[in-house]
Design a protein around this ligand. Structure first.
Ligand SMILES: O=C[C@H](O)COP(=O)(O)O
Length: 245
């Protein structure tokens, strides 16, 4: 399978930041992995209009419906129309800030698939859940509830993001990442014939300095990167590490 370096710009970036994409493409015109940037919605069409061949573009959320009276929302169909090929769903910031449930995320993933988008479905435990020994049950429930039956290795990517590792500079040990990713692979195998082909990303404080050791962990097929995806030099170094893994 082709590994995936995915950047989530979150609520960061204006037109001036498109220069980072130009710099990234110049430094890595033919990376040895798939490269995805999920900018704010306002930048998707502009990024897609001049997208270098090495780059895929994604949204950060979508509504479960195709169209309708939903002020402020955007549909998967609209993302695809703007030039997106992927959409992040169920990020912990949306689960926390917008009360997104597993069943809602599943509906969003179904909408993404119907629009021809790859759904990047996020799962991850809070620090309190890890401290209580609930990491695997929590992640198992999120996976079962959020990933629709129509998921395949081609249309779905799973991102494991421990909530306590996001933007904190803290990461799990490589053994802890390995345990969760092996668990995810096994749980997917209970439902999907092509489970071995699903890309499993790690996310949470991935940086150039720790990317190599994280990418050496079994069943880690790439990363979902927040802060370090905003600058071409940092994200380029992560792309290089994944390409070499
Ligand atoms: O979607 C990305 C993750 O939330 C990770 O963010 P971070 O790399 O800034 O910790």
């Amino acid at each position: 399978m082709q590994k995936l370096a995915a950047g989530n710009w979150k609520m960061n970036g204006t037109g001036a930041d498109l220069a980072e994409i130009e710099a990234l493409a110049k430094a890595h015109p033919a990376p040895g992995c798939e490269v995805l940037i999920c900018p704010p919605t306002t930048l998707i069409a502009r990024m897609a209009a001049n997208a270098p061949a090495m780059l895929r573009i994604g949204g950060q959320d979508c509504h479960p419906k195709t169209a309708g009276a939903h002020t402020g929302d955007i549909s998967a169909t609209m993302l695809a129309d703007a030039g997106a090929s992927h959409v992040i769903l169920g990020h912990s910031e949306r689960r926390a800030d917008h009360g997104e449930t597993d069943s809602l995320i599943r509906l969003k993933a179904e909408a993404a698939h119907a629009a021809g988008l790859v759904a990047v479905v996020c799962v991850g435990e809070t620090e309190a859940q890890r401290d209580a020994g609930q990491t695997l049950p929590v992640i198992g429930a999120q996976l079962s509830g959020s990933v629709p039956d129509g998921a395949t290795a081609a249309n779905t990517v799973i991102a494991y993001e421990p909530v306590w590792a996001i933007g904190t500079g803290r990461t799990p040990t490589t053994a802890e990442i390995a345990e969760v990713h092996a668990f995810l692979r096994a749980r997917l195998a209970e439902r999907f014939a092509d489970a071995s082909g699903f890309r499993l990303l790690y996310g949470g404080s991935v940086k150039p300095s720790n990317a190599g050791e994280i990418f050496a962990v079994p069943n880690v097929d790439g990363a979902l990167v927040g802060g370090a995806s905003l600058k071409a030099a940092d994200f380029g170094a992560i792309i290089a590490a994944l390409s070499a893994a």
